[in-house]
Design a protein around this ligand. Structure first.
Ligand SMILES: [Zn+2]
Ligand SMILES: [Zn+2]
Length: 157
């Protein structure tokens, strides 16, 4: 999700801008993706930057920690981030200190994907499991034990 806020940067402090984004897919480096069903962005101008409130409903494709099955689950989340405008083109920088997200970026191309990813990572549970009684994969042959019984398991019995 990239926005050009170069007009907004000229506004007085306290100015507000809202943007609604629907149906947008964000692909992360590890090929997991987050599908934005709907995202409401509210930018609030402050000196040298703005605060943004991000209110999003999204679907995440993740992988079961035990059996590697792909799961889709829907979430909704509201969080805030600070954006500091710099004059450096094509370079943005994110810091995340205890969940306080700060993005330093040029106002022409404000890319919120990494902020969204950072927020999602910090709010995600340590482990995703497709079901509490997921049997996982056989650690010898790799068969999905929810679906099959492998020879290794038979031999152990
Ligand atoms: Zn599983
Ligand atoms: Zn096996």
């Amino acid at each position: 999700m990239k926005f050009n806020l170069s007009d907004f940067i000229e506004k007085n402090n306290g100015a507000i801008k809202d943007i609604i984004v629907t149906n947008e897919k964000i692909i992360f480096e590890n090929n997991e993706f987050l599908y934005i069903n709907k995202c409401k962005l509210l930018f609030n101008k402050v000196t040298d930057g703005c605060l943004v409130k991000i209110d999003m409903k999204y679907t995440l494709e993740i992988i079961c920690d035990r059996c590697l099955k792909e799961l889709n689950s829907s979430y909704s989340s509201t969080f805030y981030a600070s954006i500091i405008f710099t004059n450096i083109i094509n370079k943005s920088e994110i810091s995340n200190i205890d969940g306080d997200l700060v993005l330093k970026t040029n106002s022409n191309e404000v890319d919120l994907n990494e902020i969204i990813r950072q927020h999602e990572l910090s709010s995600r549970p340590m482990k995703y499991i497709c079901s509490n009684d997921c049997k996982g994969l056989c650690n010898l042959c790799g068969v999905n034990l929810n679906i099959n019984i492998c020879k290794c398991q038979k031999n152990l019995l």
